[in-house]
Design a protein around this ligand. Sequence first.
Ligand code: PLP
Length: 407
Amino acid sequence: MPIQISSKVMRLKPSASIAAKQRVTDLEAKGWKIYDFCVGEPDFATPKTIVDAAIAAMRRGDTHYTGSSGILALREAVAQKLSHDNHVTYHPSEIVVANGAKQLIYELFAATLEPGNEVIVPAPYWVSYPDIVALNGGTPIVVSCGPEDNFKLTAASLESAITDKTRWVIINSPSNPTGAVYHQDEWQALIDVLVSHPHVSILTDEIYEHIIYENAQNITPVALDERLKERCVIVNGMSKAYAMTGWRLGFAAGPQHVMQAITKLLGQSTTCACSFAQSAAVEALYGSPEPVEEMLRAYTKRRSIMVDGLNRIEGICCTKPQGAFYAFPDVRAILGSKSPDGSTLTTDLDLVNYLIEEASVATMDGTSYGLPGFLRLSFATSQSMIAEGLEAMTLAIAKLDRPLAQA
Ligand SMILES: Cc1ncc(COP(=O)(O)O)c(C=O)c1O
């Protein structure tokens, strides 16, 4: 008899971004030149000082299991980073290190959810949140936050989504996919709601913290209101800021008993994060900020090319992201158009398919992020790739027969 797959895994959708990456790889293997705007990771190499620290760790023999919560030196480095960058105080015993922010989010919900508990997920959301919640028995409560709210959860929407089954609300700032960053007054309004609902905890995913533009600022809510500390978990990691996606290293800070529960789960699953990747992360956190700043300067230029180029395409409207490396243009005015082969582009996914077939431009559909009518384009790629890809996209969109209402 064939091995039976569990119903919870049968219900699970494959990660949309991983599926898109596979599609690009398959087309490239067939010889297509793809303008790939699906990538969710920096295109830069990990800074040399960080790589050297990993090599040194291997040479000195740091190649064994570590404690499940991570080496003390790294948890101390995270504590000093949280104090220096985020103005919050955490003891190393309130910090856990694991194989990426994704694993920590997974373990956090595994450690705290009971069947039927609700988790408020503002949409558009990072694709994995609803699935991770559901896999751990929770019910994702998706709250739509459209362009009229600058893609951010408002106090009123939070208040009306809370029930007595709510356990968590997830805030991701800067956001994947929109680049939205919560300002102090917006945080304060959310905090005021949370203070009056003590059964609701908050997960703040700050993985794009250092990729932030102009005057925008990363704020962690505990820095605004110490009362939240007992029900806030901060998740962050090395992947995006330090171009370390493949190293698989993230960290979380929160109440000690929650961190201990996560550590217990890690001890029965992955044991620990890679030992020498942890040493490399210590170097990243204490080392010079220059490599991160240099990458930020490049993202800043690419952001302008991407956003200005998108806004020049008729029917596309794109706000400037304040953080992360994604543009999230509104393409609703294009939907309903007919492509040269006579088929109608009804949904954002139809447009994604048209762009890849007609222009070799790979984008992500807003529907996968919980907000139909939008696309996500990553600008973590070269300026020339962005310029050429936008040119191909402009030509492809010009070929569409637009709906009468737009003509
Ligand atoms: C919002 C968000 N959170 C978490 C992650 C996962 O990061 P890590 O590589 O640390 O697992 C990603 C990766 O794309 C992300 O976009």
